[in-house]
Design a protein around this ligand. Structure first.
Ligand code: ADP
Length: 716
C-alpha cells in the first residue's frame, strides 16, 4: 500500500477526531450556562407547585452538580494541547457526562412532578426545549446526541405513560415522533459536520502545500545562481532575482520596467539576440544559447540562456521567462585552452618549418658531397686507399641524407603534408624489390636472408611508403643482429581480411622496458654508438603504417631475437604473377661513352659548386652541356642555340627556374624537355614545377643513375 496515502488518511482521521472533540467541548460554555439558567427558571416556577419540594430541590442539586463537574472537565480540556486533546479519555468522559446530563433532565418530570396540569405541561415544554437546544451543540457527534436524548426522553415518556391519561399518551406518541426526527436531523448534521471538517482539512492541506511551494520557489528564486528574469512583450523587465542582480550589476528596482536588451546585451551580440527573439516569437523555447552580455559596469559576461515564451489562453505571447547562467569562467577557460592550443600548434608549426628548411639547406651541400664522391668512384687513377676513403665519405653522406630525409618525413607527417596514394600492392612485387635493395647489406653483414618473393596476395597500402617501412624494419633486423644470424620476412593471413607482415631476426632482442619507448622519436635504447642510426626510423614507420590504416607492433626476447610486424588490410589468397627479374646492371662501369654527345643540354644553375657537379655528372654520362648562370642568361643563350634539353635549378637570381620554364612555353616552345633540379622533396614543389610547364623534377642530391635514366627518357 502507498505509505504516503496511509499517512494522509491517518492525518485526516486524527484531524476529524480532534475537530469533533473540540467542537463538542467548544459548545459547552454556552450550553452549560443556558442549562443552569433554564434549570433555575424551572426550579423557581415549579417551587410550591410540585408534589414534593424536597424532590425538586434534589433535582436542582443533582443537575447543578453535574453541570459544575462538567464545566470543570471543559475547563481542563481547554487547557490541554492539541495532542493531549486527542486522547480518547476526553471523548469517553464527554460521552459519560452527556449521558448523565440527559438522565438528570429526564428526572425532572419525576422529581419535579406537579399535579397541576399547566405546571406539568411547563415541564414538558422545557424538556422539549432542552432537547431541541441540544441538537445544535451535540450533533457534532451523533452518539452524544443519542446519549443525551434517549435517557431524557425515555424517562419523560415513561412519566407520561404512568399518568394513564389519553392526552398524555397522545403527547408521548408525539414526543416519540419528535425524538425520532431530532435524532435523524442530528445524524444529518453529524454527517455534514464530518464532511465539512474533511473538506476544510483538504483545503487547508492544499493551501499549506501551495504556500510551501511558494516559499520554496521564492527561496530558490533568491538563492539560485541562475538569473531569473521575466519581461513583457515590449521587452520591459517584470521579474529580476538576486542572481540577476549579481550577474548584471543592476538592482531589482533599477531593472524592473527597464528594457532587457538595453540592460544586458552587448553590441556584438545584437544579431544573435535578434535571431533568438524571432524564435521566441514563433513560440519556440530556446535552451543553452550562449550570448555575450554586458554588465552595468560595461564588463563582458558570457551567459547561457534558457528562454521560454509565456502565453495567455489564446496562445498569444504575453511575455518571456528567461534563465541565464553565468559561464564566463568556463568560457575564459575555453578561450585560454584554444589560445594555448593555437600557441602550441604555432610552436609545432615553427618546429616543423625549421626542420623542413634545415633539411632543405642540408640537401644543397649534400648534393655536392654525394655527387662528387659518386663521380670519384669512377676515377681510374685512384689508389685502393683513396677508393676506400671515398667509400667512407659516400657512406657518411648517405647516412646524413637518410637522416635529412627522415627528418623531412617527420616534419611532413606532423604538418599533415604527407599524402599517400593507397592502392593494391602486390606483395610479390614489393618483396622482390625490397629483397634486391637489402641483399647487399645482408651479404656485407654475413647474415642469411629469407624473403619469399613468390608470396601471393596483396595489401592496401602506399607502395613507396610500404617499401620504406619494410626497408626500415629489415635494415634494423640486419643492424641489430648477431654474427651469422638470420633475417626473415614473411606474410601471414589473419582473420577479418588482415595481412600481417613480420620481420623476424635472431638478434640481440629488446627488453620489456625498452619495448615501451621503441616507437618514440629519437629513442635509440642505449644502442652502442658504433651502430649507425638516427632513432627516428621506427617512429616514422609507425606513423606511416597508421596513416595506411594499419598497425605496427613488436614482440621480442632478449638475446634471442625480435619479431617486428605490421598489419594491413589485404588478402594473401590470390595468385600473383612474378615478373622476370631485371638483371641489367643499374649503372655501367664506365660512364664516358660518347653515345650521348650529339645532344646538347642547357644547364641553368647559379650555385658554383652545383654548377661544377652537374656539368661533371653530365660529362660523365657522355652528354655535352652548356651552362647559364641564371634564368635570364639561359633565355639569352637559347636565342642563338637549339638545345635538346634544359636542366634548371628552381631558385636563381633575375629569372628563376619557374619563370624560365613559363617564358619558354609562352614563347611557343612546347617540345623542349625541361627538367627541374630542386632541393625540396615536397610534392607541392613537384606540382609547382609541372604547373610552370616543366616535364619532370629531380630532387637533389642528384643521383647519377636517376639523372641518367631521366635524361634517357627524353633524349633518344
Ligand atoms: P635507428 O635504427 O636509426 O636507431 P629506429 O627508430 O629504427 O632507429 O630504431 C630505434 C631503436 O630500436 C634502435 O636504436 C634500436 O635500439 C632498437 N631496435 C630497432 N630494431 C631492432 C631490432 N630488430 N633488434 C633490436 N633492437 C632494435
Amino acid at each position: 500500500m502507498d505509505s504516503s496515502k496511509t499517512t494522509s488518511s491517518d492525518d485526516l482521521d486524527r484531524h476529524i477526531r480532534l475537530e469533533e472533540i473540540r467542537l463538542l467541548y467548544g459548545g459547552t460554555p454556552f450550553s452549560y450556562t443556558a442549562s443552569i439558567v433554564i434549570a433555575l427558571i424551572i426550579y423557581s416556577i415549579l417551587s410550591g407547585h410540585t408534589v414534593s419540594q424536597q424532590n425538586l430541590n434534589l433535582w436542582l442539586f443533582i443537575i447543578l452538580s453535574v453541570l459544575f463537574i462538567r464545566s470543570i472537565d471543559s475547563y481542563r480540556f481547554s487547557k490541554r494541547t492539541k495532542q493531549q486533546q486527542l486522547d480518547s479519555s476526553w471523548r469517553t468522559r464527554f460521552f459519560i457526562g452527556t449521558g448523565i446530563a440527559g438522565f438528570c433532565w429526564g428526572l425532572l418530570p419525576w422529581l419535579g412532578y406537579s399535579t397541576e396540569i399547566e405546571y406539568f405541561s411547563f415541564i414538558l415544554v422545557c424538556l422539549v426545549g432542552v432537547v431541541a437546544g441540544s441538537l445544535s451543540t451535540l450533533s457534532y457527534r451523533w452518539e452524544t446526541l443519542a446519549l443525551f436524548l434517549l435517557p431524557a426522553s425515555v424517562l419523560l415518556i415513561l412519566r407520561l405513560l404512568v399518568e394513564d391519561k389519553n392526552f398524555f399518551t397522545a403527547t408521548s406518541f408525539v414526543l416519540l415522533v419528535f425524538i425520532f426526527f431530532s435524532l435523524s436531523a442530528g445524524r444529518k448534521i453529524f454527517n455534514n459536520t464530518q464532511q465539512n471538517i474533511r473538506l476544510r482539512f483538504e483545503a487547508d492541506s492544499r493551501e499549506r502545500a501551495i504556500e510551501l511551494m511558494h516559499q520554496k520557489q521564492a527561496l530558490h528564486l533568491q538563492n539560485t545562481p541562475l538569473a531569473i528574469i521575466e519581461f513583457d512583450i515590449d521587452l520591459n523587465v517584470t521579474e529580476w532575482n538576486r542572481a540577476a542582480e549579481n550577474i548584471f550589476g543592476y538592482s531589482h528596482d533599477e531593472a524592473i520596467g527597464d528594457n532587457i536588451m538595453r540592460l544586458v546585451l552587448s553590441r556584438d551580440s545584437s544579431v544573435e539576440a535578434e535571431k533568438l527573439w524571432q524564435r521566441l516569437l514563433n513560440h519556440e523555447a530556446v535552451t543553452g544559447s550562449v550570448i555575450e552580455n554586458k554588465t552595468k559596469s560595461k564588463e563582458t559576461v558570457y551567459c547561457e540562456w534558457f528562454v521560454t515564451p509565456l502565453t495567455d489562453e489564446q496562445n498569444e505571447i504575453v511575455g518571456i521567462a528567461a534563465m541565464a547562467l553565468d559561464i564566463s569562467d568556463k568560457k575564459q577557460n575555453e578561450l585560454a585552452i584554444i589560445k594555448s592550443k593555437e600557441e602550441a600548434e604555432k610552436a609545432n608549426q615553427a618546429k616543423s618549418d625549421f626542420l623542413s628548411s634545415m633539411s632543405h639547406e642540408l640537401r644543397t651541400p649534400l648534393n655536392a658531397i654525394l655527387g662528387f664522391t659518386q663521380l670519384l668512384k669512377y676515377e681510374k687513377n685512384l689508389t685502393e686507399k683513396q677508393q676506400s676513403h671515398i667509400s667512407e665519405i659516400s657512406n657518411a653522406g648517405n647516412l646524413l641524407l637518410e637522416l635529412v630525409n627522415q627528418i623531412l618525413d617527420l616534419a611532413r607527417i606532423e604538418k599533415g603534408h604527407l599524402q599517400l596514394s593507397m592502392e593494391k600492392v602486390m606483395l610479390s612485387d614489393c618483396f622482390k624489390e625490397v629483397r634486391a635493395m637489402i641483399s647487399p647489406l645482408v651479404e656485407k653483414n654475413n647474415l642469411s636472408l629469407d624473403i619469399n618473393i613468390e608470396t601471393s596476395g596483396y595489401v592496401i597500402a602506399d607502395y613507396t611508403r610500404l617499401k620504406q617501412v619494410m626497408l626500415n624494419l629489415l635494415s634494423n633486423a640486419i643492424k641489430y643482429n648477431v654474427k651469422n644470424g638470420s633475417v626473415q620476412m614473411k606474410a601471414l593471413q589473419k582473420e577479418n581480411g588482415i595481412v600481417r607482415i613480420s620481420v623476424i631476426d635472431s638478434g640481440r632482442g629488446i627488453s620489456q622496458k625498452q619495448l615501451q619507448e621503441i616507437f618514440l622519436p629519437f629513442s635509440r635504447l642505449n644502442t652502442a654508438s658504433n651502430i649507425e642510426g638516427t632513432g627516428i626510423g621506427l617512429s616514422i614507420s609507425k606513423q606511416l603504417v597508421e596513416m595506411m590504416n594499419g598497425s605496427i607492433g613488436v614482440s621480442s626476447t632478449p638475446n634471442e631475437g625480435s619479431d617486428f610486424w605490421i598489419e594491413l588490410t589485404g588478402n594473401l589468397n590470390i595468385a600473383s604473377t612474378i615478373e622476370q627479374e631485371d638483371k641489367t646492371p643499374l649503372l655501367n662501369n664506365t660512364l664516358s661513352h660518347k653515345a650521348n654527345a650529339e645532344h646538347t643540354i642547357l644547364v641553368a644553375e647559379d650555385n658554383p659548386t652545383n654548377q661544377i657537379l652537374i656539368m661533371s655528372q653530365l660529362e660523365a654520362l657522355g652528354y655535352s652541356a652548356e651552362l647559364a648562370e641564371n634564368g635570364q642568361e639561359a633565355l639569352n643563350m637559347m636565342v642563338n642555340t637549339d638545345y635538346q634539353l634544359l636542366l634548371t635549378d628552381c631558385n636563381m637570381p633575375l629569372v628563376d627556374g619557374y619563370r624560365l620554364a613559363q617564358t619558354i612555353r609562352d614563347r611557343g616552345n612546347h617540345t623542349l624537355p625541361i627538367i627541374a633540379l630542386t632541393a625540396d622533396a615536397f610534392p607541392e614543389k613537384k606540382a609547382e614545377c609541372l604547373k610552370a610547364g616543366m616535364n619532370e623534377q629531380i630532387t637533389k642530391p642528384v643521383d647519377l643513375q636517376t639523372l641518367r635514366s631521366t635524361l634517357k627518357k627524353y633524349l633518344v
